[in-house]
Every structure is written in structure tokens, then in C-alpha cells.
Write a protein that binds this ligand. Structure first.
Ligand code: NAP
Length: 245
């Protein structure tokens, strides 16, 4: 489905990003994977090579402009261009509003929102020249609904939806689409911190009755990355088991 396309996936060392990278690689894309942990990235690249895929690891901190620019430059240097960018890297630093420290606000906004902005700016330079691009931002259901104790995280994820729509309008003329996926509760390291009791309570609120898995999100991203979505831009697709409609 993505034969000969070059895709950059941030936050690909584990969880949802890793599933996205593997699914895209299995569908023929050449993949550039990024995160801070070089060892995990190297293991992922080896896994992709093992099934005959092409991949490159570029370690860096996505909140730093220099690292984001270097990531896109490395993709161009190795594979000649960038067709697909998945802004997936994200963190949480939860806390009640009255106790939230400036550092907790800044770090979450810097990684989750600024990281997507600076990667998009660098990739869009290449995509607009090539008159082709697919940008997918991984937001969250709580960016749509809000969540107590996550003011910083929800603001960053709602911000990603605004970024998605603005960039979609700005880049459409150059055949660059920009869409967002909003996962609900997905089983990864990020949700492993929840107790079994909380997990059961959450599942009870989800119409489809369970947490999702990373591949559920990866399938939605693959759709936005492919030609099947060529007439879709500026949209937000919930992958949430029906918990928000
Ligand atoms: P995860 O397992 O914690 O993985 C997060 C990824 O982001 C890791 O690869 C991590 O790698 C990378 N990352 C974190 N900070 C980074 C930085 N400064 N620079 C570069 N990479 C960085 O999380 P996940 O559950 O897969 O979540 C992936 C995305 O989906 C996030 O944006 C998250 O907000 C969103 N999401 C998740 C859920 C869920 O239920 N799991 C729900 C809605 C939305 P390093 O630590 O090696 O840098």
C-alpha cells in the first residue's frame, strides 16, 4: 500500500509509534524511526530488516529544533525525500491544576505540541516542493473531551487538532494532507501505570468493552498515509471504542 514511500515516525521506540512503523514497513514504506532511546530504535530497525524492509534509526529529542531538523535531513539524505510524517512522540506529566508546576506544563507542551510543529515545518519544506505529502498527528480522545489531572496533556492534544486543521488548509494546494488520529485508552507503557481496578472501570465506560491496542491506532494511521485517503484532509478520526462520539 505504501510501496516506495518514505515515512518518518516519531516516538517509534515502543508502543503506538512502534506499531505504526512496523505496519508501514510491512506495507512497503521505507521508514525512519525516531525517539531518544537509541538501543530500542536499533532493535526495531533490526526487526524491520529481518522481514526485508528498509529502515533507519535517528535518535534525538523531538522538542529540540536542531534534532527535529536533523531527523528530516537524515531521511532526505538516506532515502531522497519524505512522503509521510507521523507526529506520534508524546509524554504525560499528570497533576491537579492547582499543583501543576511550570516545568510539567512546559515539558508536555514542548514534546507533544512544539515537537509536532517543528517536525512538520521541516518536513513540509520537502513535501511542498515535491507536491506530495501525508502528515498524521497523534492527538488523544482527552484533547476532545478534557480530563481532570491532565490540563497540560489535554491542552497539548487539543492544540494538535488546531495545528492539524491550520496546516491542512495551508498545505492542501500542494497536495499535502494533514489529519489527526485521536486514540482512546490503548494498552501501552503509557497506560500500564493504571491499576487493574482503574482499567476495569475504564473498560466499563467504553461501548466496545475494552481498551484498544496499538495496532488499532496503526491501522487508522496507515489509512491516512495511503492513497485511500487522498480526498481527506483536516479531519480527526477517533480510535476509541466509542467512548467519545
Ligand atoms: P509510550 O509507549 O510512552 O511511547 C512514547 C514514545 O514517545 C516513545 O517512543 C518515546 O521514546 C517517545 N518520546 C517521548 N519523549 C520524547 C522526546 N522528547 N523526543 C523523542 N521521542 C520521545 O506512549 P504511547 O502510549 O505509545 O503513545 C504514543 C502517542 O499516542 C503519544 O503521543 C500519546 O500521547 C498518544 N496517545 C496514547 C494513548 C494511550 O492510551 N496509550 C491514548 C491517546 C493518545 P523515548 O522515551 O525513547 O524518547
Amino acid at each position: 500500500m505504501l510501496k516506495d514511500k518514505v515515512a518518518v515516525v516519531t516516538g517509534a521506540s515502543r508502543g503506538i509509534g512502534k506499531s505504526i512503523a512496523l505496519l508501514m514497513a510491512r506495507n512497503g514504506a521505507r521508514i525512519v524511526v525516531s525517539a531518544r532511546n537509541q538501543t530500542l530504535l536499533d532493535a526495531l530497525v533490526a526487526e524491520i530488516h529481518a522481514f526485508g524492509g528498509e529502515a533507519l534509526a535517528v535518535a534525538g529529542d523531538i522538542s529540540l529544533t536542531e534534532d527535529a531538523n536533523q531527523l528530516i535531513a537524515a531521511a532526505v539524505e538516506s532515502f531522497g525525500r519524505v512522503d509521510i510524517l507521523v507526529n506520534n512522540a508524546g509524554i504525560t506529566h499528570d497533576g491537579l491544576l492547582l499543583r501543576m508546576k511550570d516545568e510539567d506544563w512546559d515539558s508536555v507542551l514542548d514534546i507533544n505540541l512544539k515537537g509536532a510543529f517543528i517536525c512538520t515545518r521541516a518536513a513540509a519544506k520537502i513535501m511542498t516542493k515535491n507536491r506530495y505529502g501525508r502528515i498524521i498527528n497523534i492527538s488523544s480522545v482527552v484533547g476532545e473531551m478534557g480530563n481532570a489531572g491532565q490540563a497540560n496533556y489535554c491542552a497539548s492534544k487539543a492544540g494538535l487538532i488546531g495545528l492539524t486543521k491550520s496546516n491542512a488548509r495551508e498545505l492542501a494546494k500542494r497536495n499535502v494532507t494533514v489529519n489527526a488520529v485521536t486514540p482512546g485508552f490503548i494498552t501501552t507503557d503509557m497506560t500500564d501505570e493504571l491499576s487493574d481496578k482503574v482499567r476495569d472501570e475504564l473498560a466499563a465506560q467504553i461501548p466496545l468493552g475494552s481498551l484498544g491496542d496499538a495496532d488499532d491506532v496503526a491501522e487508522a494511521v496507515l489509512f491516512f498515509a495511503s492513497e485511500r485517503s487522498k480526498y481527506i484532509t483536516g479531519q480527526v478520526l477517533g480510535v476509541n471504542g466509542g467512548m467519545y462520539m
